[in-house]
Design a protein around this ligand. Sequence first.
Ligand code: 4NP
Length: 151
Amino acid sequence: MMAAMTRSILFVCLGNICRSPSAEAVFRGLAEGRGLEIDSAGTSGWHDGHGSDPRASAEAGRRGIDMSAIRSRKVVAEDFTRFDLIVAMDAQNMRDLQMMQPVGSHARLVKLLDYAPELGLSDVPDPYYEDNFPEVLDMIETACARLLESL
Ligand code: 4NP
């Protein structure tokens, strides 16, 4: 059977205010004109309706990436049928998504850094606590470029 085309991608982290909205904004820029549906969400819902962390927006802004329109939301069951690919930032996000995934839904779950093995890391570290936004943005930019190449 031919592999299904990837037309829609959801990036997921815990809070949906640091890593996954950064990935959404980076990937949106890279994939411009490709007609992909791109979004992000969090497993927790703790920051529902909030804008992204100002530290993430500031670092993205330094790289010419605008995150001002993004609002945090929780992952919902429909995401597993609406999106072809769901991209987790770390192993805990992946476990949470596996628990939430409705039986029979078609979304494929992957981890972002699986696309960039040269980084030697399997999880995007959580910058909310570590305050390492430039390092995290570097990883996200590298892996998003590789993800796009893989489609
Ligand atoms: P994110 O970072 O998952 O990359 O959006 C976090 C944001 C908020 C919290 C933890 C991580 N929090 O504990 O509120």
